[in-house]
Design a protein around this ligand. Structure first.
Ligand code: NAP
Length: 441
């Protein structure tokens, strides 16, 4: 048997994910060598504190605080430190020195993907980041490779486990947002500072990456419209449930033709916001902290990818897949392109987004109200699919109020916003209780 060559692997970070990657590299060395066509030698692990306790028992001699020296002497670099700096500089240094890079750093790829890809192209090395979107779920490579002969039209993703856990708790127990968040924190699904998750920033990074690969155009975080879930109330969830919907935080990237977008250009709407989905939609069945990505393509039709979106071991699985692929590219003598950017489509503003809407209204219980509201919607070109009225009687005050729930057909965000403003001006409207976007109807 011919002797396999050895590739040096530098690991940056030994936290939740890094420790599991180190374990696999050491424990499964022989299997990995047969899959990669080269022995993968863990040459060192860069951390801040070499004496900190680790989840996995690892040789002390592997640890260093000199990350820069480590990356300069590696064939493959795995970046699992997180944050923008020094991760960005270390990745660029590694690629300039001819190393292939694997990272799970969605924040960095979404913020500075173009710079990283340009350096990878210039250096002729592979840059991959399957772990950056939806943890263990193989989604970037299917989009980039398996679907490269198709045209993707839309991607809908539940890509943040923390927010899915919170919304699922609210849906199943009737809890308010703050109580469901506290529960997520107690169980370790949410950080002490949950802002990046609950305000949608983490999902927005992933939306930018999904949109870039799906539509062969580089989109950055600035192209993503983002609304989180902190203002979703128990009443919103209950009303949605009553109408046959579930509320999910979705990362959406969809192609709109010029007529739909109203901009004169075909473009891509990239956005993150709480979204109503019919309970029978496949994404509605994604519970707890699980992730799933629903892809629509012209020829493949509808596809769904489901699994664990975070956690040390699941995320390490995605990192190892990228590492083996990068090692093979070195063994076979060519990096292969990590992405294509020939799409050249524009990112559309949120006002061009086209979707259905759910609108909750507190209205006066008097004759002619429904007709007035329906007329206003028609005047703004927003057609109503479902309109349902519920009368509430308050026994104490002996008064009656009416709650109106409307689901529209697809309409532009701009038309909907104008309609809602006009509706607010009607004397018969007490308040607009909710306006939420709807997908999958
Ligand atoms: P983590 O537990 O916080 O670990 C970070 C590691 O990086 C620690 O070992 C830390 O060293 C080291 N580090 C941080 N800054 C450093 C610096 N300036 N110099 C040297 N070492 C430094 O992070 P994680 O949860 O494993 O996540 C790693 C990456 O994977 C992040 O980009 C994250 O977004 C991504 N990711 C994570 C998950 C997940 O489930 N955790 C899922 C998908 C993607 P010390 O230990 O000495 O402090």
């Amino acid at each position: 048997m011919t002797e396999l060559r050895t590739l040096k692997v530098a690991l940056l970070g030994c936290g939740n994910v890094g420790a599991q990657v180190a374990r696999i590299l050491i424990d499964d060395a022989d299997t990995l060598a047969s899959r990669a066509g080269a022995r993968l030698e863990l040459s060192g692990i860069a951390v801040r504190d070499v004496d900190a306790p680790r989840d996995v028992d690892l040789p002390r001699a592997l640890f260093t605080t000199d990350a820069e020296a480590l990356v300069k002497d590696a064939d493959l670099v795995i970046e699992l430190m997180g944050g923008i700096e020094p991760a960005r500089t270390l990745i660029l240094t590694a690629m300039r020195n001819g190393a292939c890079v694997v990272t799970g750093n969605k924040a960095l790829v979404a913020k500075d993907g173009p710079t990283l890809h340009e350096e990878a192209d210039r250096a002729g090395v592979q840059l991959s980041y399957e772990a950056a979107v939806a943890g263990a779920i193989p989604i970037l490579r299917p989009i980039r490779d398996s679907l490269s002969g198709d045209r993707i039209t839309r991607v809908l993703g539940i890509v943040n486990g923390t927010t899915n856990f919170i919304l699922d708790q609210m849906d199943s127990t009737g809890a308010q947002f703050a109580d469901a968040l506290a529960q997520a924190q107690r169980l370790g699904y949410a950080e002490a500072d949950p802002t990046a998750d609950v305000e949608g920033h983490d999902a927005a990074s992933k939306a930018a990456i999904l949109a870039s690969l799906s539509f062969h155009t580089r989109f950055s975080l600035d192209d993503v419209y983002c609304e989180g879930i902190s203002s979703v109330t128990a009443a919103d969830i209950a009303a949605a449930k009553d109408a046959g919907f579930v509320i999910k935080l979705l990362a959406i990237a969809e192609k709109l033709d010029a007529a739909e977008a109203g901009t004169g250009d075909t473009g891509i709407s990239v956005r993150v916001h709480p979204t109503l989905l019919p309970r029978e939609h496949p994404l509605a069945a994604v519970h707890g902290a699980f992730n799933a990505v629903f892809v629509e393509a012209e020829n493949a039709g509808e596809l769904m990818f489901y699994g664990q979106g975070a956690g040390g071991k699941p995320t390490a699985s995605a990192v190892m897949g990228d590492l083996i692929s990068a090692a093979r590219s070195i063994v076979l003598g060519g990096p292969g392109r990590a992405e294509t950017t020939t799409g050249q489509v524009v990112a559309l503003p949120i006002t061009s987004a086209v979707t259905s809407y759910y609108i909750g209204l507190d209205v006066a219980d008097q004759p002619g109200v429904l007709a007035q509201i329906a007329r206003l919607f028609a005047e703004h070109g927003v057609s109503i699919e479902i309109m349902r009225q519920t009368i509430h009687r308050d026994a104490d005050s002996n008064t009656e109020s009416a709650e109106l729930r409307i689901v529209t057909h697809r309409a532009s965000e701009a038309a909907l916003a104008a309609t809602v403003e006009a509706v607010k001006g009607l004397d018969v409207i007490n308040s607009v209780t909710s306006v939420l976007r709807v997908e999958g109807v």
